[in-house]
Design a binder for this molecule. Sequence first.
Ligand code: HEC
Length: 242
Amino acid sequence: MARLLRYLALTLMIIWTVLLFMIFRLEVWQDEREARRIAVNHAQALYQQIVDFRQWNADHGGVYVLVDEDNPPNPFLTVPERDVVSQDGSLLTLINPAYMTRQVSEISMRKRGAVIRITSLDPIRPANSPVPWEAEALRKFEQGRDLFVDATTDGSGRTHFRFMRPLIVEEACLGCHGSPGAILGGIRGGISVSFPLTSIIDEDASGRKFTQAVYFGIWVMGLVLIAGLMFAFQIETAKVKE
Ligand code: HEC
């Protein structure tokens, strides 16, 4: 009888452990999905903001800005009036949307660690060439997809979130991108946004530790309860026998 009870207790403990572990995994999985949803929304907002600013710039056919050491004329921009001299003799240069995107992304990188890149499979500026994951995304855009999302882990175990969407050729682009390759509505390239996941879901890490501790507590309590009940039952049956 006592042996049977021990087996029963052990089986119950195993079922309890497996059940609790499965519920815990489910919660972790849901947390990860939530973190991913937050990251997608964050990246989408950054992307959309950049696209809106670019459109404002493109609608003006570029924007003139004072030349200084951080803002030299763009050697890849070959429009006739690229550089002009203002009435007081200052030198102004035309900033095209891609040049503006590059300068803004340097600020984002410095302030928030987010890397924003403008790239194309057929770039005018060689440094705008895609890195392998961007090239993969750009090829998918050409096959009809309009969103690329994934995550990668670096050498120190940090997860980097990667997001990319295409840039479509509009009327305003044709002034500068009038080459035969550029068709209205076609894909000219894309904007990629990547950042370490911890930069937006830091609280989640401490939240997860708390959840782990709570689950551990519940698990131990369950085991103690099963053991206690079996022990009490054993004493009771022993008494009845007497
Ligand atoms: C005022 C001229 C101008 C306008 C308007 C303009 N571009 Fe560009 N664009 C350029 C130049 C010059 C480059 C390449 C050098 C660089 O990075 O600045 C470029 C680069 C790019 C790149 C990066 C890849 C590469 O070729 O180096 C993409 C993508 C792009 N443009 C898309 C667009 C789209 C889409 C529009 C319309 C919304 C647009 N551009 C409007 C001048 C322009």
